[in-house]
Structure formats: C-alpha cells, structure tokens
Design a protein around this ligand. Structure first.
Ligand SMILES: [Zn+2]
Length: 238
C-alpha cells in the first residue's frame, strides 16, 4: 500500500506539472495567430490593390482603343469633307466630326483619370509592401520565440506523459480510476498529505482514529469532508 500511495503522489506531481505546462501554453497559439493575422491582413490588402490595379489598366486599354477608333473616324470624316457637294452633306459630316471630337476629349479625360488613379494606387501599394516587409522583420523574432516556446512546452509535456504512463501501468485499475475521479472533482488535486492533523486539501481537522489509520497505511483512506485521498508524509519517505 505504501508503494501505491507513493505512486499516487508521483502521479499527482506529474499531473500538476502537466497542468502547469498546459496552462502556460494556453496563450501561445493565440499570440502566434495574432502575428500571422497582422501579416495576412496586409497581404490581403496588397492582393486586393493589385487586382484593382490590373482592372484599372484593362479599363485604360479599353479607353485607348476607343480613342484610337474615334481618331480614325474623325480622320475619315475630315477627308470626306473635301469631297462634299451639298450643304446638307456638309452639315451632316460636320456634325459627325463634332461628335467624334467630343468623344475623343471624353476618352482622353477618362484615360488621364485612370492614369492618375493607377499612379496613386501604385504608390499606396509600394507603401503597403514596405509596411509588410517591416512588419515581417519585426514579427519574425517574436514569432520564432513563441514557436520555440510552444514546441519546448510540448516536448516537456510529451516527456511527462511518458512518465505518467510508466506510473499508471503499475497502478491497480480501481485505484487509478478513483484517483482520476477525485482529481476531476477537486480541481486537479486528488491526493494530499496530512498537515497539522488536518486534511491538506480542505484543511478540515481529522479525527485521531483516521490519522492513526492513515499512518498504518494498509488501505486507501479518503478525507470525509472533501473526498481526497490522504496520506502520512513520513510514511512515504525512504
Ligand atoms: Zn479534505
């Protein structure tokens, strides 16, 4: 029984360490995600801007095509003007010439606007790319540190879990089940030593006969108040 109690306290130690490790890594994935998110946000913005820029360029080529066609038409009408015979024909052609001229100046205005917008966007994108580079350079060491920390905690947890297995395979199934059950209900602490004649878990003073029984160490005894397994410290010291 002494050995069982000794293994249970060892198990409790391992579980406490595992709880602490699990607690200390809780925030790490979130912090890593946040750093990733900052980079992602900028990258998304840049990608969006690049799409917009290519749309603007496509639009501009369309306008340039329109401009070329209007210029061709204008030239054609201007040549027709020399072969005009009647005033009516003259007026008709002149109206076409005016219409093409209006179109041309509209096209030119649109092209200029599109170019200005493109230039501004190009400049903004350049700034965003620099921001992204800076952010990456700034985040990289922090990111690396967090990833390292996380993997070191996970390594330590793996070691503790191996240790735990070594202990649990040696415990009777019923004892282990009792330990697990108490642990769940008692915020992780299933086995406690007697301290100053009281339960080390809930601090309730124990009856002398209970203490005597615990000291005899021939069966597992639990605190009547909190249900934790209690043991006599000196009994486990070798
Ligand atoms: Zn208790």
């Amino acid at each position: 029984m002494r050995e069982t109690l000794s293994m249970l306290t060892r198990l409790q130690e391992i579980d406490n360490t595992l709880d602490q490790l699990a607690h200390s890594k809780v925030d790490l994935p979130g912090e890593i995600e946040m750093l990733k998110g900052q980079v992602q946000e900028l990258e998304d913005g840049i990608a969006e801007g690049e799409t917009k820029l290519s749309e603007l360029e496509k639009e501009r080529r369309q306008e340039e095509l329109g401009l070329e066609m209007a210029q061709d038409k204008l030239k054609k009408y201007q040549q027709q003007l020399y072969r005009i015979k009647t005033n009516r024909e003259y007026d008709a052609i002149q109206a076409e010439i005016d219409a093409q001229k209006t179109k041309i100046s509209e096209y030119e205005e649109n092209i200029l606007d599109l170019m200005t917008t493109s230039e501004e966007l190009t400049e903004t994108l350049q700034q965003r790319r620099e921001e992204l580079d800076n952010l990456k350079a700034e985040n990289a060491p922090q990111w690396e540190r967090l990833e390292k920390e996380l993997s070191s905690i996970e390594d330590r947890m793996a070691i503790e879990r191996d240790e735990r297995k070594k202990v649990t395979v040696r415990l009777k199934r019923g004892v282990l089940a009792a330990y697990e059950r108490i642990r769940v209900g008692k915020s992780g602490q299933a086995i406690v030593p007697i301290r100053k004649r009281a339960c080390g878990g809930c601090f309730t003073t124990l009856p002398p006969q209970t203490i005597q029984e615990v000291r005899r160490t021939d069966r597992i005894i639990t605190c009547e108040n909190c249900g934790r397994i209690i043991y006599w410290d000196d009994n486990l010291k070798s």
